[in-house]
Design a protein around this ligand. Structure first.
Ligand code: ZN
Length: 272
């Protein structure tokens, strides 16, 4: 599933193509995504100029003055830049057509993605209003993490996966950051000292930045908006490496389930 670095990679790929351009129309071929695409969407966007393309958590926000186009890639979504005459493939559900002929096409086999329109402030949309701070923003830090986790018994891994605490870190990068900070994923969050929270905050930022610089991770069929694949998956320390030797100490990486998601960790480097 596209996580924060993949969505940010997509944003960086689309930004120079979209910003400053006028939208000619939008074509909805299949509006049955996670929520129904508003049938009036083509009317809302036609003639609007895209002023900025922002990311909030795993949502992409194309600011168009009076309103904002909100996009989410769900489990399997991709946004491609294609020519106006590019052949349609199965699962090509949505096109944003620019005045200059460029088409941004959304392909989403599993249809958990989103295409929505919000008038006025997009951050007031119910999906965006309660998202926690961005992990790459100044607002997020180890000290902040320490403050908000006091008296919380939940495992630190589950806390990092909670979008209301911190926006969209995602499973891969939560696993990788905990390994880099040498913290056992089951540790109750409230028991982490300020020093360990500070280290964890730093490692979260570092992990996400490394992944963004590598163009994200290519798992299954993820590719960036230019059709290129990211390569961060070659640098995974623990994710998807169960049974393989730890790159630091040689112990076998273990897998377990936490909150319905796979957790990977080194039993020696990440002792409880
Ligand atoms: Zn190890």
């Amino acid at each position: 599933m596209p996580e924060l670095p993949e969505v940010e990679t997509t944003r960086r790929g689309l930004e120079p193509v979209l910003v400053g351009q006028r939208i000619r129309t939008a074509i909805v071929r299949n509006g049955r995504l996670r929520f129904r695409v508003p049938p009036q969407l083509p009317r809302f966007v036609a003639g609007a100029t895209i002023r900025a393309l922002e990311r909030r958590g795993k949502y992409l926000l194309a600011h168009c003055g009076a309103g904002t186009l909100i996009l989410h890639l769900g489990m399997s979504g991709r946004l491609w830049i294609v020519d106006a005459n590019a052949p349609l493939l199965p699962h090509d559900h949505f096109d944003l057509v620019l005045e200059n002929g460029t088409v941004v096409r959304m392909r989403d086999p599993r249809r958990f993605g989103l295409v929505l329109w919000q008038r006025g402030d997009p951050m007031k949309h119910a999906l965006l209003a309660r998202i926690g701070p961005e992990p790459l923003s100044a607002e997020f830090s180890g000290a902040w993490l320490h403050r908000v986790t006091r008296k919380r018994d939940a495992a630190i891994k589950n806390i990092l996966m909670d979008g209301h605490v911190v926006a969209g870190i995602g499973n891969i990068y939560a696993n990788e950051a905990l390994y880099r900070a040498r913290i056992n994923p089951r540790t109750p969050a409230g028991r982490l000292s300020l020093a360990r929270c500070t280290l964890l905050g730093k490692k979260i930022r570092e992990t996400l930045e490394l992944a963004i610089n590598a163009g994200g991770s290519s798992l299954r069929d993820y590719v960036g908006s230019d059709g290129m694949t990211g390569n961060y998956q070659t640098q995974f320390m623990v994710y998807d490496r169960a049974g393989e030797p730890c790159r630091r100490c040689g112990a076998r990486i273990r897998a377990m389930r936490q909150g319905q998601r796979s957790t990977f960790y080194c039993p020696r480097c990440q002792r409880r």
